[in-house]
Design a protein around this ligand. Sequence first.
Ligand code: ADP
Ligand code: MG
Length: 373
Amino acid sequence: MAATNLMKPLASLSRFGSLQTRSVSLKAANIPIAKYGGRHTVTMMPGDGIGPEMMGYVKEVFRYAGAPIDFETVLLDPTTDNYDDLYNAISSVKRNGVGIKGNIETKMNRPDIKSRNVEMRNELDLFVNTIHCKSQPGVKTRHDDIDIVIMRQNTEGEYAMLEHESVQGVVESLKITTEPSTERLCRHAFDYARANGRKKVTLIHKANIMKITDGLFLEVAKRVSKDYPEIQHDNMIIDNCCMQLVSNPWQFDVMILTNLYGTIVTNLICGLIGGPGVIAGANIGPRYAVFEPGTRNTGTTLIGKNKANPCAMLNASADMLSHLNLRYHAKLIHDAVWQTINVDMIQTEDLGGQATSMDVVQNVISHIKAAAK
Ligand code: ADP
Ligand code: MG
């Protein structure tokens, strides 16, 4: 592997340094929202795989729900190292304030092409990925009644994208943890716990091995927790956390995780409660927000088969409406999806059912029509 093919390492470190000057407070009032004549414009990035199909369902459901949203659709092309498409998408979200997105494939064997997903989160400063993983009573799984909120670091840590070959045969990857970004992540988690009546915040780490990086993560959380005396705070090593999650998941309430541990644990927990097709996730920063399915799959093998579960993307779209303060429309869609899965038991194959994607969408629409009468 030639070193020249790999990304230049140290020049890009400046983006982490610049965090020092940023405020750690999150004020919703800063969020720019494009709204003309009572309608919002939202950036829609369909992504790869089943993304475009799922976005088609979102548009259909919004039409029946009467959601006052206009979409600005931006296509992304993950196969090139010309990033004009990405910068168009980023400018669009900056203009509109809010986006909804499917996952974009990142080519594994092309170190010269940056991940557009990661680059977008960094450029928009979407420092936390938050996912509320709650068991669906109609979905048969090994464990019932799981209710865990994940707060995943979304812009640094193991995803710094700073890899290089120092000498031939020796490659290095930088894991970057900054105090300001860790502090705002922890404050976000504790503020969420306080606002939502949650009792405990658990920080997940590997500070016995990564003593300095995860050590800082651990220390900052301990310090921040002192400002929230009514909320219990503890920590757990990532490997034990995975074992505890499969044997006794009910002990967890709100979890704070680094970027890499966060994606692994997100997939683990979503797997426990029904897989990739149900749960939505939100990427949040001080100015912008981008909504997407929680496990960020492309589901390439399901393209065009009318089999993919549309609920994760529909739930993401409802969360987006909630973020825009369109609570009536958000509830209409959340309730219709919940009824479809848990009461009518109209479920796609991933949940053990036999329904097609369109059966699910039709059923969701029938609930919306009935409720909106
Ligand atoms: P692939 O891109 O190879 O399909 P992914 O990593 O995107 O794989 O997804 C992991 C697994 O989850 C695959 O088996 C995929 O079929 C499944 N999957 C992803 N999204 C959905 C969905 N919306 N509904 C049902 N199954 C899904
Ligand atoms: Mg995939």
